[in-house]
Design a protein around this ligand. Structure first.
Ligand code: RTP
Ligand code: MG
Length: 136
């Protein structure tokens, strides 16, 4: 089963891309597609469209378009749930020790990694950044 992840601009800028990808691979995820992207504000708004009405939407999409990010398609059993577990809670103050956000996030917004939260969002998000690509 496949899921979609982003190493967010804070983590790329801090030089943590390699360590985060290594932790994904160590947890049994295989990389099936990977690309460095500099999102426009409009691309970030389209990607996080489900949050359009949230108070943090403008700040979030500014952040996500502020610098390069790494978009990645991942495969393993129970991929969606396992990635969310490995990421840790949205707010790093609540993230379990050893999770990516506990190790690398600096705030509830600048939290190092994204992961799809359902099969429906994984399908949308994989198609958003890897349109027409035969993954893996
Ligand atoms: P993601 O979608 O990026 O994997 O994160 P998530 O499911 O854990 O959290 P979600 O509720 O979907 O929020 C998306 C991203 O918006 C930023 N955020 N800021 N200022 C705030 O209160 C706030 N809340 C969320 C974070 O970057 C969060 O990951
Ligand atoms: Mg989310």
């Amino acid at each position: 089963m496949r899921t979609f992840s982003i190493v967010k601009p804070d983590a790329v800028a801090a030089g943590n891309t390699g360590a985060i990808l290594q932790s994904l691979e160590a947890a049994g995820f295989r990389l099936v597609a990977l690309r460095l992207v500099r999102m426009t504000k409009a691309e970030a708004e389209g990607f996080y469209g489900v949050h359009r009405e949230r108070p943090f939407f403008s700040s979030l999409t500014d952040f996500m378009s502020s610098g390069p990010a790494v978009v990645v398609a991942l495969e393993r059993d129970d991929a969606i749930r396992e990635l969310r577990r490995l990421m840790g809670a949205t707010n790093p103050a609540d993230a379990a020790p050893g999770t990516v956000r506990a190790r690398f996030a600096s705030s509830i917004e600048r939290n190092a990694i994204h992961g799809s939260d359902s099969p429906e969002s994984a399908a949308f998000e994989l198609g958003y950044f890897f349109p027409g690509v035969e993954l893996g």
